[in-house]
Design a protein around this ligand. Structure first.
Ligand SMILES: [Zn+2]
Length: 231
């Protein structure tokens, strides 16, 4: 997802206030996240085109990158990189794993590590798999159908643009590395079948609420050691 329009709408003063809030909240994320609601089937609203704030790039992931074995979330034919600078709002908030081979009808999306499902957004339609989606593009705040998983080191991962009616998991379910979550899709703000994969930190995810941003996001390529894989 590219968010130029949303970035242009931010005022300087808002930036200043937001920076203070984020600095304060970031100090709290090392404590265990709290989950006020448990919607096991996830949040569903096919008519809602919600908004979430553009996520800010953080730099403190090193202490969290411990004893986690990461794997690749999906097969792909091409990738688009994360784009963003430290402490700025990201331009592209994750890595895109694009699968443009139409002879392969379904592509699995898998968890990159062990963890727990903390959020599911369902109900976002898609008009087709290989052309720009024309239905409810802002559904799921542009992420379309998506899943968020919390890993044991406190990092969260998000798997976006999933195909409708393919999410096979429930909120609070324990997930193993490599376990299938759903099929790659084209829902939300997507122009071609692809997985938009994000890594970040958050204080809380409300399982029965509309889509939510992370407090900070990171370029996944460094902590996950994907440099060779994606070049
Ligand atoms: Zn993307």
């Amino acid at each position: 997802m590219f968010n130029f329009a949303r970035i242009e709408n931010m005022c300087d003063f808002c930036h200043f206030i937001k920076k203070i809030v984020l600095v304060v909240t970031f100090l709290q994320v090392s404590s265990a996240p709290a989950f006020a609601q448990i919607c096991t089937s996830g949040y569903f609203n096919e008519k809602l085109e919600e908004e979430s704030p553009v996520q800010r790039v953080g730099t403190a992931q090193n202490t969290r990158n411990i004893e986690i074995h990461w794997s690749q979330p999906a097969d792909f034919t091409e990738t688009d990189p994360f784009v963003g600078n430290n402490y700025q709002l990201a331009i592209h908030e994750g890595i895109d794993f694009i699968h443009s081979n139409q002879s392969i009808p379904q592509v699995s999306v898998r968890s990159v590590a062990d963890g727990k499902v903390v959020y599911i957004r369902r109900g976002c339609p898609q008009s087709n798999l290989f052309e720009p989606n024309t239905e409810e593009r802002e559904c799921g705040a542009g992420w379309g159908n998506h899943v968020v998983i919390l890993h044991p080191n406190g990092l969260f991962t998000r798997y976006a643009h999933l195909a409708p009616d393919t999410i096979q998991i429930t909120v609070s379910q324990q997930i193993h590395r490599g376990e299938e979550l759903a099929k790659m899709g084209n829902s939300g703000r997507s122009d071609m079948r692809h997985l938009h994969f994000e890594m970040g930190v958050a204080i809380e995810f409300k399982s029965c609420a509309p889509s939510q941003s992370f407090e900070y996001i990171y370029n996944p390529i460094t902590p996950l050691g994907w440099g060779d894989l994606l070049h």
